[in-house]
Design a protein around this ligand. Structure first.
Ligand SMILES: Cc1cc2nc3c(=O)[nH]c(=O)nc-3n(C[C@H](O)[C@H](O)[C@H](O)COP(=O)(O)OP(=O)(O)OC[C@H]3O[C@@H](n4cnc5c(N)ncnc54)[C@H](O)[C@@H]3O)c2cc1C
Ligand code: FES
Length: 268
């Protein structure tokens, strides 16, 4: 899904919520971004703090949901930038954002079943896709894996917008005991249906996307993945987010050519 129109917005913070340990969601008023958004696209957020003379580079986050003129993003506090962001998000303040950036998911033919697989905070872009299919009257199957039960949040929302919602935990503390590939292998997720009947999307930590892609590859199938390569400009200028093409014929830019790619096209 090619796009290319983006806006720089001083977006009003409408709400902020601590969803789980070190996971925060934020709703912003950003009418133009909301209007042109496609599931899978992202924003970059200018992180600033009073005691810093120079702002930190913009940080990229998936747009996880759109409601009218409002957009939501959900982030894991991973380091300095997200730590500052967590503290600086306050109702009534503004955030400088750029977006929507990148290409969204190829949402495909609605007659085909959809299987969405999220690992950890990979649920953020998956949420927008889940809501897209639900709004089209074709709810998708959702498989969400986390290390432990503490990684899940807002599960009623996901459950009510999916045709089937399977949770998996590495430590067996909630849902299926094992990782998302174990869950796929068990047949529980697709209720015994062949995976070839589904368009498949997987977003999460790189090892998880690699494992899902390699499992599907073994069956002659592919999926769409969304890459979270560290970025500087976010707009195709600095070449800092290049990933190798799978056939070795060159590089693709995650910010401009992605972040969504078919697993057959990129080296994971
Ligand atoms: C297109 C895109 C969409 C993204 N969407 C989301 C999202 O919806 N929610 C979310 O929580 N995160 C998302 N990320 C990752 C997020 O941008 C990083 O976690 C964040 O920039 C880290 O900033 P920091 O200053 O807190 O961390 P830093 O202090 O810069 O780094 C802290 C740690 O995080 C790691 N890190 C830094 N950047 C990234 C990155 N891009 N991906 C993975 N690890 C990183 C570093 O290697 C280091 O270990 C996305 C990234 C991209 C490229
Ligand atoms: S982040 Fe600069 S080219 Fe992608």
């Amino acid at each position: 899904m090619k796009t290319g129109i983006y806006f720089e917005t001083e977006a009003e913070i409408v709400s902020r919520k601590v969803e789980a340990e070190d996971i925060v969601s934020c709703v912003l008023k950003a009418e133009k971004t909301a209007d042109t958004f496609k599931p899978g696209q992202f924003i970059t957020v200018q992180v600033t703090a009073k005691n810093l003379s120079v702002p930190v580079l913009r940080r990229p986050f998936a747009i996880s949901s759109v409601d009218g003129d409002k957009i939501e993003f959900i982030f894991h506090v991973a380091g300095r930038g997200t730590d500052i962001l967590k503290e600086s998000i306050k109702n009534g303040r503004t955030l400088k954002i750029l977006g929507p950036l990148g290409n969204g998911f190829d949402t495909g033919d609605l007659s085909k079943k959809k299987l969405l697989i999220a690992g950890g905070i990979g649920i953020a872009p998956i949420k927008s896709l889940l809501e897209y299919y639900d709004a089209k009257g074709k709810p998708a199957v959702l498989l969400w894996g986390n290390r432990t039960a503490g990684g899940f949040f807002d599960t009623d929302h996901y459950s009510s917008r999916s045709s089937k919602f399977v949770k998996a935990t590495d430590d067996g503390s909630e849902g299926f005991s094992g990782n998302v590939v174990d869950a796929l292998e068990s047949g529980e997720v697709t209720s015994g249906s062949d995976l070839s009947e589904f368009d498949i999307f997987a977003v999460g930590p790189e090892p998880m996307m690699r494992a899902v892609s390699s499992y599907l590859d073994g069956m002659g199938l592919e999926c769409q993945v969304s890459l979270e390569t560290p970025m500087a400009c976010g707009m195709g200028v600095c070449q800092g987010c290049a990933v190798q093409k799978k056939d070795g014929s060159g590089y693709l830019l995650v910010c401009k050519d992605g972040p969504v790619f078919f697993s057959s096209k990129v080296k994971l």
